[in-house]
Design a protein. Structure first.
Length: 65
């Protein structure tokens, strides 16, 4: 039994075809959420939330290495 089904008990009551579809949709949504979080937190650009000072510091790190 997958982790998704364990988390969402109601999926056990669905026919296998529907259960697989819901499981895939839930996993897709969770992955999209994780990817969006990574996009916001990874360098460079810091997901559009960086200051020019942070970008300059990152540029210095890149050019020094």
């Amino acid at each position: 039994m997958s982790e998704v089904i364990k988390m969402y008990e109601f999926l056990k009551t669905l026919p296998p075809e529907l259960r697989e579809r819901f499981e895939a949709d839930i996993m897709k949504a969770e992955l999209e959420e994780e990817i969006n979080h990574l996009i916001k937190t990874l360098k460079p650009g810091f997901g559009g939330k960086s200051t020019s000072k942070e970008l300059d510091e990152y540029a210095d790190e890149v050019y020094e290495s």
